[in-house]
Design a protein around this ligand. Sequence first.
Ligand SMILES: [Fe+2]
Ligand SMILES: [Fe+2]
Length: 190
Amino acid sequence: MLHLASETDPGWADYALAHLDEILVDHAHCEKKAASTALNLMFRYPDRSELLVPLSELAREELEHFEQALERLRERGVTFYRMTPSDYAGDLYRAIRKEEPLRLLDTLLVCSLIEARSCERMKLLSQALPEGVLKDWYVGLLASEARHHVGYVTLAEHYFPREQVKARLVELSEVEASVLTSGAAPRMHA
Ligand SMILES: [Fe+2]
Ligand SMILES: [Fe+2]
């Protein structure tokens, strides 16, 4: 159960396959960003002890995914390069409330929604790809991202009442669906 308020148009996978190298570079950046976000949370909330080990494990796993993405690029003869991200994450982060502890709640739930959308997109890619290393890799990854989605929600439920988490997740999932605009550039979250 991914708690997403909208479904990606299945046509996105065809578009992504037609721009696969660019999608893979963006994907590698997303994995790096996911690791960085988890680390940042560890620095921002050192006194929230329940967060530390799960976030540390998550950061390591995302860095492994980053390394795997670089390997997939190498196999295709593509060099990793700097890329302008889509507006998606920035637009979504703007919905995070400034005051604590609501900032913590919102940040964990925004992270959970980004993981959910990644999982949904990876599933579409895995279904569209021909048999091979890349398809197998995406099948493996989407299970991890589904687990990360649930993991962030579980962390939120540790510090906030379940009903509050549920209600805010619904609100933020609407925001997430609204910022997922179809940009011109092929991206994991565009
Ligand atoms: Fe990942
Ligand atoms: Fe993830």
